[in-house]
Design a protein around this ligand. Structure first.
Ligand code: GDP
Length: 425
């Protein structure tokens, strides 16, 4: 059984929480793209954890967690994340964590380049998290990166890295005018942090293929959502990797395998971090109230998130891009304070109403068409069965289901592991 859990919107839909919940039925949880640019928040009986790189299954001792070749890994950040979890009593060994030899290493100069470029752009900045993700993916396709497996061949790695640094310094020093990259401190960094991670490196394709043949179940965990996909998202305000489910087997090292199930995570309202078009955005007091109610501040950066009502146009597009078979609607409880719930039902572009997610400049010009549906005005965070939900909450779920064209299997009503409703029970 191969299942992907992916974001339908701009990210921050609560994927971490759903993976933590659903991983119970799986043997392996795989991350297949991205780096430490986003954060998954998982809250359970052990505490509250923000995971940037580690798969969310790491909080379940019996689950094996794998980091795929589609990822970019900042070694220092990963070591820090592992240390923090160990301090909370979570055991991490090569038995429950495996890293692909083909995963790319995000080096300190990638982080530096990210900051230098955002500063150079000034007001025109992309809103990068400045963690080196775009520069390292750029270098990956220029074929000028070091991979996790290279840590096992230090001499060859040193030789290749010397050539790469010579090239990179043309940009960092000669281009941006920053200090030259110190090859020695780079090597030291690789020795210090790479040394701690070497034992986790393996051929993930071989491992996963064997496990799948044995009948093990794999859960693929995406970072960010469909609208941040490098090809299908709000380019250039996207992530630098493929966030869609179709990429999951590739990014995990088993391109020949096919998914059996895709679960899309969709939030009961919208939020968007950073720059770029966000058609349904709310402003002023209305936005402030929703941001407060939903605690919408970036898990990785602490930045206040832009918020808006549920966006049918964007979500229907997200469901289609992800090929979602079923959905989890998260943070329903957040909307309990509203008498009337706003929903963005269409976009107006140059005086024309559209229901399709527009490209480029048309998206930038799009205005939201907002309609209101009745709220339920009571606390639903204690609901655990479909029958516990007030009528208007059930109507809201049915309305969204119809609007995006996909079944809502789960409704999440709180951050805790058990705070959800399985609509099929
Ligand atoms: P992710 O990147 O998609 O995992 O999203 P975030 O890390 O931003 O997680 C969303 C935040 O909302 C976290 O703080 C979760 O604990 C919290 N959360 C998730 N689901 C729910 C829910 O149904 N209700 C409430 N109130 N909070 C939730």
């Amino acid at each position: 059984m191969l299942t992907a859990i992916v974001g339908i919107n701009w990210g921050d839909e609560g994927k971490g929480r759903m993976v933590d919940l659903l991983s119970e039925d799986y043997d392996i949880v795989a991350r297949y793209q991205g780096g430490n640019n986003a954060g998954h928040t998982v809250q359970n009986q052990l505490g509250k954890f923000i995971l940037n790189l580690l798969p969310s299954g790491i909080l379940r001792p019996e689950v094996v967690n794998v980091m795929g070749p589609g990822m970019v890994i900042d070694l220092k950040h990963l070591c820090g994340e592992m240390d923090r979890l160990r301090q909370a009593g979570i055991s991490i060994t090569p038995k429950n964590l495996k890293i692909s030899d083909r995963a790319i290493i995000c080096l300190p100069y990638h982080v530096e380049q990210d900051g230098l470029e955002e500063d150079r752009l000034g007001d025109a900045k992309y809103g990068s998290t400045r963690r080196g993700i775009a520069p390292v993916y750029g270098d990956k396709y220029l074929k000028k990166c070091i991979r996790m497996g290279d840590l096992l061949y230090p001499e060859a790695m040193e030789k290749r890295l010397r050539g790469i640094v010579e090239w990179k310094d043309l940009l960092i020093h000669n281009g941006y005018g920053a200090d030259s990259i110190s090859f020695e401190s780079l090597l030291e960094w690789l020795r210090t942090y790479g040394g701690q991670l070497k034992e986790y490196v393996c051929d993930l394709g071989v491992y996963l293929t064997e496990q799948i043949e044995k009948g093990k179940k794999v859960l693929f965990e995406a970072q960010l959502g469909a609208l941040r996909d490098i090809d299908f998202g709000i380019y250039p305000f996207t992530s630098s990797s493929s966030t869609i489910s179709a990429y999951a087997p590739i990014g995990a090292g088993i391109p020949g395998k096919k998914l059996d199930l895709c679960v899309g995570i969709m939030k009961a309202y919208s939020s968007c971090v950073g720059e770029g078009p966000f058609t349904c955005e709310l402003f002023g007091a209305e936005a402030e109230a929703l941001r407060e109610a939903g605690g919408e501040y970036g898990a990785a950066t602490g930045r206040p998130r832009r918020v808006g009502p549920f966006d049918i146009v964007a979500s229907r597009y997200g469901v289609r891009m992800q090929g979602a078979d079923q959905l989890a609607l998260t943070k329903m409880d957040v909307l309990s304070y509203l008498d009337q719930i706003p929903v963005c039902t269409a976009y107006e572009v140059n005086g024309q109403i559209t229901h399709e997610f527009p490209f480029g400049d048309h998206l930038a010009e799009a205005k939201p068409v907002v309609e209101y549906v009745p709220g339920w005005r009571c606390d639903i965070s204690g609901c655990r069965k479909k029958e516990d939900l007030p009528k208007n909450a059930l109507l809201y779920v049915a309305y969204l289901e119809k609007a995006v064209g996909c079944r809502i299997r789960y409704v999440s009503v709180g951050p805790d592991r058990d705070a959800y409703i399985d609509m099929e029970k």
